[in-house]
Design a protein around this ligand. Structure first.
Ligand SMILES: NC(=O)c1ccc[n+]([C@@H]2O[C@H](COP(=O)([O-])OP(=O)(O)OC[C@H]3O[C@@H](n4cnc5c(N)ncnc54)[C@H](OP(=O)(O)O)[C@@H]3O)[C@@H](O)[C@H]2O)c1
Length: 230
């Protein structure tokens, strides 16, 4: 049985990844704060034959991250997906220090804490998947806190990869452009959501990457709509 943790799998890309990785050979640890949405993910994951544990935890705090660590316990993870993130979109003058610090906590510190805690339990052939963004490589007006966090997580991912390659643990960095998920509900402006990629496309790429034999090098995945406009 393969144990898999997907943070932020109550909705959006995380839910799609949890479903894509679900099978009768996997136990999915799904995570988020929204209990109703998590229950829906659990149903969808179980429909694919997977067993499942829900973890309700706010990862903007260290204690929330510790709750996840406690729920997984001593089990060895074959896949850790650091997916949960927030986007506070506003001009720099309008961002509050609280927005800035929460972005750091959820988007950078939580993946660091979870990676550090679970690494000793991860074996050769396992994978850490960090969901980054095209905002880890490009600057977008009004997205300063989000870009800051994704650029930082990219630096962490690339360094971690160098440390873990000799141990046979893959670090896969995923760089999607715009994906139609609930994250866009609170982004100001009119966005052509119907033209955005679907979360399922990102999930398919992740499922392919983690299913490759351990000696296959697969490290960066860039995804977007073919026109390259979103
Ligand atoms: N959508 C895009 O266009 C896009 C593009 C590139 C990269 N990404 C990246 O893809 C990943 C998933 O994004 P998404 O679009 O699927 O976002 P989403 O629909 O807003 O889902 C975000 C997930 O993260 C969880 N989450 C957020 N803050 C949390 C907190 N403090 N504690 C616990 N869980 C928390 C949410 O759980 P609850 O709601 O249950 O709290 C939810 O499950 C993120 O890393 C994002 O940066 C997204």
């Amino acid at each position: 049985m393969q144990n898999i943790l997907v943070t932020g799998s109550s909705k959006g890309i995380g839910r799609a990844i949890a479903i894509a990785l679900a099978s009768d050979k996997t136990h999915l640890f799904i995570h988020g704060r929204d209990r109703d949405a998590l229950a829906e993910t659990e149903k969808l994951v179980k429909d694919k034959g997977s067993s499942c544990s829900q973890i309700v935890a706010d990862i903007s705090t260290t204690s929330g991250c510790e709750k996840i660590v406690k729920a997984v316990g001593e089990k060895s993870l074959s896949v850790l997906v650091n997916n949960a993130a927030i986007a506070t979109v506003a001009p720099v003058e309008e961002l509050t220090l609280d927005d800035w610090n929460r972005t750091i906590a959820v988007n950078i510190t939580a993946p660091f804490i979870l990676t550090q805690k679970f690494l000793p339990q991860m074996k050769k052939g396992s994978s850490i998947v960090n969901i980054l963004s095209s905002a880890a490589k490009n600057a977008y007006t009004n997205w300063s806190s989000y870009c800051m966090s994704k650029f930082a997580l990219r630096g962490f991912s690339e360094t971690l990869r160098e440390e873990l390659r000799p141990r046979g643990i893959r670090v896969i960095a995923v760089y999607p452009r715009a994906v139609d998920t609930p994250i866009w509900d609170s982004v100001p402006g009119d966005w052509p959501r119907e033209k955005m990629m679907k979360a399922e496309e990102v999930a398919k790429a992740v499922a392919f990457a983690v299913s490759c034999p351990p000696d296959v090098l697969i490290e960066d995945i860039t995804l977007g709509n073919l026109a390259g406009t979103l």
